[in-house]
Design a protein around this ligand. Structure first.
Ligand code: SF4
Length: 434
């Protein structure tokens, strides 16, 4: 089948190239099953509706449209273009939004909505359904009387994953979005990033996190050899300066990380960064990671206020003493500690959150604040405007009163306490060999 896999144009509130990978993962998976697939991410200020029209006139059999917490305001417009320019195309939407609140997406009129299992398996099941008329696990299918839920979808095992084709990915656009570090996006300014989707799923169980709903509680991870093979193949094609390991809790599997570091140390210097928790780090591991090229570790600190720390799962309740220990090990190893914190958490006032951020900054760490967002309060009956409030930028759901919210927004967006990272100076620029 001839398929378009697309993230329609939108102005991002937050940007993380890793969160856009599903477009390319789905495309790679469908190609491996013999389909002819075009893949486009227009969610990085890099595409116009004219560009979309240029694609739609090619006439696709099916169009797989990524959705997220952000950017849903463009979906109706996109579907209007499809109706006009490619009326015979069947449409399916997939992504974090439709896995969280699938029936919210019924209002747009997609032919199908992916709601469970991995995005690739649900979209692929729908494509096979179009070809054979068989079931489409993991999706809702539009019928004459409404949407009918198919069986739940499948989590793919790592050996079934198809990794993105980097020729599809608009790296220049991504790099432009990463230029101003005070936007608190996590790419490194002035350096070229290769995102490698290493693992999916997380068993830790933070109530505010959507990873379990999107990827499951069981962690699934590629073998070290496949990760290195992919990195080397991509580095041979484009002069990436560093690797961003995309895994919810990278050091969850300690031995895997040691094996990865050992294998990486045997080849040309590759710089990389990752995300984990302070409970899954120790001095030996950090030293080993630094020796293998790690320059930044991001940790989900979330809060430093004791009453709010008590609301976190055990693995994140190690407290400020543990954070200080990990910070010291990182400092000694020459790794930048990037602290993810949330504003508007239950049990923490904005003043306390501000004090926590000021403390982390005074210790020399980078801080990435976002808004505490209770995804469990999303519902299928929300308006588009209500849905858009769950994009981790606004505090409407926090129960925090307006004067305090104003202080919170100042903390999030005025940058008055903050400074930009200088970590790029630890990452040499690789030159193109051509
Ligand atoms: S540790 Fe991280 S990925 Fe895992 S549930 Fe908590 S926030 Fe989500």
């Amino acid at each position: 089948m001839k398929i378009l896999c697309i993230n329609p144009p939108s102005v991002p509130s937050y940007f993380n190239a890793g969160h856009h990978l599903p477009v390319f993962l789905v495309a790679a998976y469908l190609r491996q099953r013999g389909n002819e697939v075009d893949a486009h991410d227009f969610g990085a200020l890099n595409g116009t509706w004219r560009d979309v029209c240029g694609l739609l006139v090619k006439g696709y059999d099916a169009i797989a449209i990524m959705n997220d917490y952000d950017g849903v305001d463009g979906l109706e417009r996109f579907l209007n273009y499809v109706k006009e320019l490619s009326p015979n195309s069947k449409t399916i939407t997939f992504g974090r939004g439709s896995h969280q609140v699938p029936r919210f997406f019924e209002r747009f009129g997609f032919d199908s909505i992916a709601y469970s299992g991995d995005y690739e398996s649900a979209v692929s099941a729908y494509i096979e359904h179009l070809q054979t008329g068989g079931p489409a696990p993991g999706t809702l299918l539009k019928t004459l009387t409404g949407y009918s839920a198919q069986d739940i979808g499948r989590w793919l095992e790592p050996q079934e994953w198809s990794l993105p084709d980097i020729k599809d990915i608009p790296y220049s656009a991504y790099e432009r979005l990463y230029l101003d570090d005070l936007n608190k996006f996590c790419g490194i300014p002035l350096r070229s990033e290769l995102v490698v989707p290493v693992a999916r799923g997380c068993p830790i169980g933070c109530a505010f996190c959507d990873v379990p709903a999107q990827q499951g509680l069981r962690e699934r991870r590629l073998p070290v050899a496949r990760v290195l093979e992919y990195i080397n193949a991509c580095y041979a094609t484009r002069p990436f300066d560093y690797v961003s390991i995309y895994a919810p809790t990278f050091t969850l599997k300690r031995q895997w990380v040691l094996d990865y570091c050992s294998a990486l140390s045997k080849q040309a210097d590759i710089k990389w960064k990752c995300v984990t928790t302070v409970s899954h780090l120790d001095e030996e591991l950090i030293t080993c990671m630094a020796a293998a090229g790690c320059f930044r570790v991001s940790v989900g600190v979330e809060t430093t206020t004791p009453a709010a720390v008590d609301t976190l799962p055990a693995a994140k309740r190690r407290g400020n003493a543990r954070l200080t220990e990990v910070a010291d090990w990182c400092k000694t190893a020459g790794i930048e500690l990037n602290c993810f914190v949330m504003i508007g958490m239950p049990g923490e006032s904005i003043v306390e959150a501000a004090a926590g951020i000021a403390h982390l900054l005074s210790e020399g760490h980078r801080v990435r604040p976002t808004v505490y967002t209770p995804y469990d309060r999303m519902s299928q009956n929300m308006t588009l405007q209500e849905y858009a409030m769950f994009n981790r930028q606004l505090m409407c759901h926090s129960g925090v009163d307006m004067p305090e919210r104003t202080q919170g927004y100042s903390l999030l967006y005025a940058n008055s306490l903050d400074r930009a990272t200088q970590v790029m100076h630890r990452i040499p620029i690789r030159k193109s060999s051509t």
